[in-house]
Design a binder for this molecule. Structure first.
Ligand SMILES: Nc1ncnc2c1ncn2[C@@H]1O[C@H](COP(=O)(O)OP(=O)(O)OP(=O)(O)O)[C@@H](O)[C@H]1O
Ligand SMILES: [Mg+2]
Length: 263
């Protein structure tokens, strides 16, 4: 298992400045009675490879909507999402599902584990559905479980696990196919602050510190001090917030999350 105390959240991922994920004039609204509620009103922004981008914004501002559009779970009313120069918004549903399977890992706020499957079965399910053989995918899943400190819980069902343990399993599921892009929607929003620190630390070690591109919606100003870039969802668009990053760079570059989040 990775000891959270040993982890240094240095975020020294390979940074190439290449905009590997791009939103172009993204619009999304939802029907409310006889009118449309415009949530995103022309979002154009790019995310660099290997960086950790935090999305802030009040409840209802559109953070989850943006992440859902980024991975193609939802379709925009207008505009496009480009991932590695491919407009996933122009793909068929089937192709988008395959693309997501190969490239993206998603961590949800509410874990979304299947109660009738064991921990290990939950982790490997997406790959089994993709036609992979269990014996080929199990070793990596077991290795991930070990990394998050749950090697001995592989045959346990989700309802026997604490919230933090369930989220650690959900992180393993999101990473089991080794995606280069990880989207996380308030991954610690449903955990107490102490458990949140442990889970966030593991998530960052396995994603941004491992060179993966991470886009995370969060309500935590402290977590954003660890991000390479911070955007606020504001008035239907994304506005970069440099104040968090600027004040951070004046401090020691190597932060430990537990220190940052300590009361
Ligand atoms: N499927 C839907 N049908 C109707 N309205 C929706 C739907 N999904 C989102 N909305 C509305 O879009 C707005 C943005 O929702 P979203 O979930 O993206 O916000 P959020 O920033 O993630 O909020 P929170 O911080 O509470 O998670 C909200 O007003 C919400 O009610
Ligand atoms: Mg949300």
């Amino acid at each position: 298992m990775i000891d959270p105390k040993d982890s240094k959240l240095t975020n020294k991922a390979i940074m190439t400045n290449k905009k590997i994920v791009r939103f172009e004039n993204l619009k999304k609204g939802f029907q409310e009675g006889d009118r449309v509620r415009h949530v995103l009103d022309g979002v154009s922004v790019g995310f660099e490879e290997g960086k950790f981008t935090a999305l802030l914004g009040p409840s209802g501002s559109g953070k989850s909507t943006l992440l859902n559009l980024a991975c193609g779970i939802e379709e925009p009313d207008g505009g496009d999402v480009y991932i590695k120069e491919t407009a996933i918004t122009q793909m068929t549903d089937h192709d988008r599902t395959l693309f997501r399977r190969d490239n993206i890992g998603f961590v949800f706020q509410f874990f979304n584990l299947i109660p009738t499957l064991t921990t290990l079965e939950n982790i490997i399910l997406p790959q089994e559905l993709a036609g992979k053989r269990r014996r080929d995918i199990e070793p990596a899943a077991v290795d991930l479980l070990d990394k998050v400190g749950l090697a001995d819980r592989r045959d346990t069902f989700p309802d026997r696990l604490s919230g933090g343990e369930q989220q650690r399993v959900a992180i393993c599921r999101a990473l089991a196919h080794d995606p280069w892009l990880v989207l996380a929607d308030e991954p610690t929003g449903n955990l107490d602050s102490k458990t949140g620190v442990i889970v966030m630390d593991l998530l960052l070690q396995l994603t941004s510190e491992a060179g993966k591109t991470l886009i995370m919606a969060t309500h935590s100003p402290q977590v954003t001090t660890l991000a390479d870039r911070v955007f606020r969802v504001q008035g239907g668009t994304l506005v970069e917030d440099k104040s968090v990053i600027d004040s951070d760079t004046e401090q020691d570059e190597e932060h430990h999350l537990a220190e940052v989040l300590a009361p």
